[in-house]
Design a binder for this molecule. Structure first.
Ligand code: ATP
Ligand code: MG
Length: 202
């Protein structure tokens, strides 16, 4: 099974990395691809360049087995839509391999506003990275209670996967740096080194 996690990653931090690693291990995903967005449809443009975000991603996953970076959204013109990325992944991996789209519980709240959400669920399973003990999610017949069904269909299930919830956001990190405070221990040291070298978020 292939897992994907899209984001601006401006910068990538432990709130992305630790839950993604836990999902990889819990579901037995052989691969997780981090997919940096070029031009997020729902928000302002990133504060760092695509090249800088890529450098930070590479530093963050250095030596982490199964993790890779997929640059297709950076290379595609115009807005990044997850549904297009999934169509392109389907062309690459074929119709039958399960694809698991990882999203945070906050992003899941907005999922119905995404471009073609039904089509997304035709193309991938949705793995919602959930705080353990969070309130019961809205009912849908797509929701599964354990990971087993993911492996036997290519798409269409929604799984709420408990992960260690780290209350870290890229916004907090950018604000700390802007205020001349250290964001250390919220993100990998190697990523912070790049932020300092490139004088980002000041
Ligand atoms: P920003 O503060 O700039 O919005 P962010 O920290 O939310 O950045 P994004 O790149 O917007 O990071 O998030 C990419 C994906 O990672 C989204 O699906 C989001 O829900 C998820 N995510 C981000 N932070 C966390 C976190 N601390 N725990 C779990 N999931 C997270
Ligand atoms: Mg966000």
């Amino acid at each position: 099974m292939l897992g994907i996690l899209g984001g601006t990653f401006d910068p990538i931090h432990f709130g992305h990395l630790r839950p993604a690693l836990e999902v990889q291990q819990a579901l037995g995903l052989d691969e997780i691809r981090l997919i940096p967005l070029r031009d997020p449809p729902h928000r302002n443009r990133p504060h760092s360049t695509a090249k800088q975000r890529l450098q930070m991603l590479r530093a963050a996953i250095q030596g982490l087995p199964g993790f890779s970076i997929d640059t297709q959204e950076l290379e595609r013109e115009g807005k990044s839509y997850t549904v297009e990325t999934l169509h392109s992944l389907r062309r690459e991996v074929g119709a039958t391999k399960p694809i698991c789209l990882l999203i945070g519980a906050d992003a899941f709240q907005q999922f119905h506003t995404w471009h073609q959400p039904d089509e997304i669920l035709q193309l991938a399973h949705l793995i919602v990275m959930q705080r353990p003990g969070d309130s019961i999610p809205p009912t849908s017949d797509r929701i599964i209670k354990s990971p087993e069904p993911l492996a036997i269909s290519p798409a269409g299930c929604i799984l709420f996967q408990p992960v260690t919830q780290l209350d870290i956001s890229a916004t907090t990190i950018r604000t700390l740096i802007h205020n001349h405070q250290s964001p250390r221990y919220l993100l990998p040291d190697d990523v912070l080194t790049i932020i300092q070298r490139e004088q980002l978020y000041q």
